[in-house]
Design a protein around this ligand. Structure first.
Ligand SMILES: *Cc1c(COP(=O)(O)O)cnc(C)c1O
Length: 403
């Protein structure tokens, strides 16, 4: 192996996915090996699996502040988002309500589902996001109409990490009799959440964003909200989501979530300190700007734009230095379109292209952060030194956008 970088491997792309925790892996192993029954089977092997399923559902419910019967297991965050939104739309259209309120910077699992409903005749209002990466409860209140059937606002943004005023938005929706869904995939396990206290009617989560396995998630839907099936078949999940339950993944998810919730204060403290050091270090780079509010953001999220560079080149050169980072969402990388999130907060195309998202986990160290600050500084400087755009900017031929 070529070890120019001292064989470093600094993983700071935890918003894309996380490494599984040891305890989550250990929670899965017995169900991959000895306990393989189908929970729908009546014999004792099946019943062992069924008991495990009941237990896992209860443990997850406890972490969210709800009862276990309000939880539906899905294949992940995308499916939970799809099912929540489609269900609310079907409830709405029966009452002649075909208007949905959301925001311009949602995950594509939400935006593309809304686009599909639009083709069916739903009207969609996408709220503008302020430059600090936040929407306000007032914006939501103003957008709600008599024919609104759903408000869906993400808990924390997956690119810039900003945390929305969820309890306040929930209270407004409750008062106006409108269902409220939140895509909390980036928030669950990282922020304290109680769906009951925060007036949340529906919530999506995904295990692989909090050190659990990939391909498993949950849709919480408050009692009395009828869900629409996306997958037809057997009577699993009270008939709302067919398919034999993925017991190993569900066990891993329950353990990862419990672990994350137990350690939330400790992790927040550690991550916030690392995040703020990273922000202050990268702010020293000339013509750079932090995307999203400096404080109302996930404890592990850092997102910057650097003028005069191209995000993809930055990522490749950082990878050479042993740093795994992202320019934004994993879902849009590979496409040349700038991030819809950065455009939503008002960054122009040229600036949005020069973005870098660093998302930390508890496993990152101070030493890794210092190395990363040095590496980003070096790479940005190098890319600018070979950039014709930067030459025009520094000679005054073109005006800087970021001061
Ligand atoms: C990762 C993510 C999703 C998708 O979750 P999957 O489990 O990968 O389908 C949805 N919304 C947000 C905000 C995410 O970060």
């Amino acid at each position: 192996m070529n070890c120019l970088n001292g064989c470093r491997n600094i993983y700071i792309d935890n918003a894309a996915t996380t490494k599984m925790s040891k305890s989550a892996i250990n929670a899965m192993l017995p169900y991959l090996d000895g306990i393989y029954g189908n929970p729908s089977s009546l014999h004792s092997e099946g019943q062992k699996a069924a008991e495990a399923l009941v237990g896992a559902r209860e443990r997850i419910a406890k972490c969210l502040g709800c009862t276990s019967r309000d939880l539906t297991f899905t294949s992940g965050g995308s499916e939970a988002d799809n099912q929540a939104i489609v269900s609310a739309a079907r409830i709405g259209e029966k009452k002649g309500k075909k208007h949905i309120v959301s925001t311009a910077f949602e995950h594509h699992a939400v935006l593309h589902t809304l686009e599909r409903l639009k083709k069916e005749g739903f009207e969609i209002t996408l709220l503008d996001v302020h430059e600090n990466g936040l929407v306000t409860p007032e914006q939501v209140a103003e957008a709600i109409r008599p024919d609104t059937c759903l408000v869906t606002v993400m808990y924390a943004n997956n690119e810039i990490g900003t945390i929305q005023p969820i309890a306040e938005i929930g209270a407004i929706c409750r008062e106006r009799g409108v269902l409220f869904h939140t895509d909390a995939v980036q928030a669950v396990g990282h922020l304290k959440i109680n769906v009951t206290e925060q007036n949340i009617d529906m919530l999506s989560l995904s295990a692989h964003k909090f050190h659990g396995p990939k391909g498993i998630g949950v849709l919480y839907a408050r009692k009395g909200i009828p869900l629409t099936n996306l997958i037809e078949g057997g009577a699993q999940e009270r008939g709302k989501r067919a398919g034999t339950e993925n017991i190993p993944a569900i066990m891993g998810m329950a353990t990862a979530l419990e672990e994350a919730c137990e350690n939330i204060d400790k992790n927040t403290k550690k991550l916030t300190a690392l995040r703020d050091r990273l922000i202050s270090g990268l702010s020293e780079i000339p013509h750079s700007i932090l995307n999203g509010d400096a404080k109302k953001r996930l404890p592990g999220n850092v997102n910057f734009c650097f003028e005069g560079i191209e995000g993809e080149s930055l990522l490749l050169l950082l990878d050479d230095k042993g740093i795994c980072a992202s320019s934004g969402s994993a879902c849009t990388s590979g496409s040349l379109d700038p991030s819809h999130v950065l455009l939503a907060i008002g960054r122009v195309h040229d600036i949005a292209h020069g973005s870098l998202r660093l998302s930390l986990s508890e496993e990152n160290t101070e030493e890794e952060i210092e190395y990363t600050i040095g590496a980003v500084k070096e790479v940005v400087e190098y890319l600018r030194s070979i950039s014709p755009i930067w030459r025009d900017l520094s000679s005054g031929k073109k005006k800087f956008i970021i001061k």
